[in-house]
Design a protein around this ligand. Structure first.
Ligand SMILES: C[S@@+](CC[C@H](N)C(=O)[O-])C[C@H]1O[C@@H](n2cnc3c(N)ncnc32)[C@H](O)[C@@H]1O
Length: 263
């Protein structure tokens, strides 16, 4: 297996991707399971020591693995971020681990989203039901399809006051390798983020020869109409996800942490 970006997926139009998803609904789905172990010094729901997530092995836009970026961000959230009274949105959730950590640490509402494919969203909801105690998820954690750049109104329905509230924290974990979708991700962020909200962006440079294209995300984010201020605040070395990939392993195995805030 090799790493993203798969160039063909990167440049595909939404309608083409839809066709891929539409083809093989008769076939049996295959799943794998991943056990995420929480850090030692958790602050809330200390009895939940691990989270088991199910991942669909088909119909996947790289949603079939728990990515280093999501694991590293989950660890960081568990130790450092105050989620009390915060509405949290995750784009391209896949396993959705950082969202689950937000839920465990008292977030008001958590909305996990992924590409609006039936199997992906069913699996997202399967994990919401099965990965955490009901006392944590009930009336607080939701799964919903959201195609980046499309109207986000349906995501606000889960908030206590959909007409006045937005999301205080938005999570983008291992998404920016998809260079062609930077603008669309930022449209969703811009429409969904509250005025004083924070976007957490974590990622690895899967292709070290494309670092500049990965980082172009932050240049676009600073420009009109988005006007965000990016800040790099952390780095963490992990094991490389794909040891045989090209380019320095040190770069491929490092997770970079950024925030974006409104100027
Ligand atoms: C590399 S995975 C990252 C998954 C997860 N955030 C993590 O860190 O483990 C990319 C995710 O983006 C989703 N995705 C890809 N294209 C998308 C699109 N146009 N709109 C919404 N989600 C998309 C995929 O289904 C997948 O879940």
């Amino acid at each position: 297996m090799s790493s993203p970006p798969n160039k063909s997926v990167e440049i595909m139009e939404d309608s083409v991707i839809q066709n891929i998803f539409g083809e093989s609904s008769e076939e049996e789905l295959e799943f794998s399971y991943h056990t995420y172990k929480r850090i030692e010094n958790t602050r809330e729901n200390k009895d939940v020591k691990e989270i088991v997530v199910r991942l669909s092995q088909r119909h996947s836009l790289w949603a079939h693995l728990p990515w280093n970026a999501g694991i590293a961000l989950s660890d960081y959230f568990d130790e450092h971020v105050d989620f009390k009274n915060k509405n949290v949105l995750e784009l391209g959730s896949g396993a959705g681990l950082p969202s689950f950590i937000a839920g465990l640490n008292g977030a008001k509402k958590v909305v996990l989203t992924d590409y609006p494919d039936t199997n992906l969203i069913e699996n997202l909801n399967y994990n919401i039901t099965n990965s955490l105690p009901e006392s944590v998820t009930k009336d607080r954690i939701y799964g919903k399809g959201h195609l980046w750049g499309k109207e986000p109104e349906s995501l606000f329905q889960y908030l206590e006051n959909p007409s006045t509230e937005k999301f205080d924290i938005i999570i983008l974990s291992d998404l920016i390798f998809n260079h062609a979708a930077h603008d669309k991700m930022l449209i969703s962020c811009s429409k969904c983020l509250s005025d004083d909200g924070v976007i957490y962006v974590t990622f690895s440079h899967h292709r070290p020869n494309r670092i500049a294209k990965d980082l172009a995300f932050f240049e676009i984010a600073t420009e009109e109409p988005y006007n965000f201020t990016p800040e790099k605040f952390n780095e963490r070395r992990m094991c490389a996800m794909f040891e045989n990939d090209l380019g320095p392993e040190e770069i491929r195995s490092t997770v970079c942490f950024y925030t974006l805030k409104r100027k």
